[in-house]
Design a protein around this ligand. Structure first.
Ligand code: NAD
Length: 445
């Protein structure tokens, strides 16, 4: 099939490459000339495990092409995916649909023959109706169906998730559009549930899922707070909870709060939608507020360890919002770093993939180190803020010898607490703090 994808970012690019790999003819359209010019030279524009190789292969074979021209991309496409950004409105925090509407208006004039326009961007319930009205107004004779096909891929696993999604949701009442999508997703039919629902349900499924996951993350963080007061260990508690199949073991890692380009904006967007419809969603409102406060609490935790050290140096490991990506949008690490800077901190940081993006946001306010050990050199405290696997295997002896003062604040519970303490570190993690009775027992032993 001929597929056009509008928006060549963290969703559009892996989706385009994935469909090309499945044998479709893909053309990716973006108005960012720098991105398209790089991609037209076969250069990858974002970090995703395995994406560069697949891009090279399909670009060389001509299965995937890139353009800034909407006309070139849309004319002749069987399916046009809309994968542009839907960032939070700066004031109301609702999803800002200006990019969706601009792209819909522009594509309308180039529709040619029966086309399915599939909205992949995360959009509020009812957006499909608005996109349909816009396209019909611009091109009244267009033979087109507007459907919702939300994206559920996880950054860091985008390629894996494209080929092995938990589910594919298709929101449409049009039998004709459903037939086209069944053909497009035929390769997935044996292994993945393809759920056909109405367009409004489909739009809602995406927000409902992300809000639920955000609540789950916040829930385990609240349990971690409780564990820190009681002497229980959140890692053990989460393991015990996760063995219950009704709960599941994913999204039970206590940490610095959720971040990234989706959860913060999608929780705010669904809360806004609920308010518009007069529906009470205090659970999500609370989670949004408390999750924001958590970043400040983490910064305070780091600062407390160096309270009495003049001109203390903080080493930060991890700037991306999670492992496996170079994306720093709404990264908890970036928010913590900003809070530390606001308190006059001197920071040297390292991230395996996100340094370029971090530098775009932080400029020269911090020092960037070429590797983890260089960041740690002469530091008074080491703060681990992103769960990159390489931080798990740090040589703690070497870290100890490299640091000036031996403090670690492990906001991702990456290190082995007992090993770190045995090395002589003052080690602080999330969701475990010895209470007095435990300290007495350990001292007596
Ligand atoms: P992104 O910012 O990485 O990419 C969006 C791209 O769209 C940009 O390259 C931008 O230049 C381009 N664009 C904007 N307007 C355009 C237009 N009129 N014509 C052509 N190109 C245009 O965004 P993203 O992270 O890929 O997210 C896209 C959508 O997918 C959002 O709604 C997001 O909520 C949703 N989503 C994201 C993820 C994720 O993990 N990033 C996961 C699921 C869903």
């Amino acid at each position: 099939m001929n597929i056009a994808i509008i928006g060549t970012g963290y969703v559009g690019l892996p989706t385009g490459v994935g469909f090309a790999e499945l044998g479709h003819n893909v053309i990716c359209i973006d108005k960012d000339e720098g991105k398209i010019s790089a991609l037209c030279q076969g250069k990858i524009t974002l970090y995703e495990d395995g994406l560069a190789e697949l891009l090279n292969k399909n670009f060389s074979s001509g299965k995937i092409k890139f353009t800034t021209s909407m006309q070139k991309g849309v004319a002749g496409a069987d399916v046009v995916f809309l994968a542009v950004g839907t960032p939070p409105h700066p004031v109301t925090k609702e999803a800002d649909l200006q990019y969706i509407f601009a792209a819909a208006e522009e594509l309308a004039q180039y529709l040619n023959g029966y086309t399915v326009v599939a909205v992949k961007s995360t959009v509020p319930v009812g957006t499909g109706d608005k996109v349909e009205a816009l396209i019909k107004a611009k091109n009244p004779t267009a033979d087109v169906d507007i459907i919702s096909v939300p994206e559920f891929l996880r950054e860091g696993y985008a390629v894996k998730d494209f080929f092995n999604p938990d589910r594919i949701v298709i929101g449409s009442d049009s039998e004709r559009a459903k037939k086209v999508m069944a053909e497009l997703y035929a390769d997935f039919a044996d292994k993945t549930e393809i759920l056909y629902v109405n367009r409004r349900s489909s739009e809602t499924i995406k927000y409902a899922s992300n809000a639920f996951l955000a609540v789950k993350i916040h829930y385990i963080n609240e349990m971690a707070n409780l564990c820190e007061q009681t002497g229980a260990d959140i890692n053990e508690v989460a393991k015990g909870m996760g063995l219950d199949k009704r709960i599941g073991n994913r999204f039970l890692n206590a940490g610095p709060g959720y971040g990234g380009s989706c959860f913060p904006k999608d929780t705010m967007a669904i809360a806004y939608i609920a308010r518009q419809y007069g529906v009470n969603m205090t659970l999500i409102e609370d989670v949004i507020r408390e999750n924001a406060a958590r970043k400040k609490q983490m910064a305070r935790r780091i600062l407390e360890t160096i309270d009495n050290i003049p001109h203390a140096k903080i080493a930060v490991l991890g700037l991306a919002f999670k492992e496996g990506t170079d994306d720093c949008r709404e990264s908890p690490a970036m928010e913590i770093v900003n809070e530390l800077l606001a308190n006059g901190a001197d920071i040297t940081a390292y991230d395996p993939q996100a340094m370029t993006n971090a530098q775009k946001l932080l400029g020269n306010k911090i020092t960037y180190a070429p590797n983890a050990y260089a960041a740690i050199e002469n530091a008074d405290v080491l703060a681990i803020l992103t769960e990159w696997p390489e931080f798990k295997t740090l040589d703690l002896r070497k870290v100890y010898n490299t640091m000036k003062n031996k403090n670690i604040v492990d906001c991702r519970n990456m290190l082995n607490r007992k090993e770190a303490e045995a090395c002589g570190f003052h080690y602080t993690c999330i969701g475990y703090k010895k209470n007095r009775a435990q300290e007495q027992t350990e001292n007596a032993a």
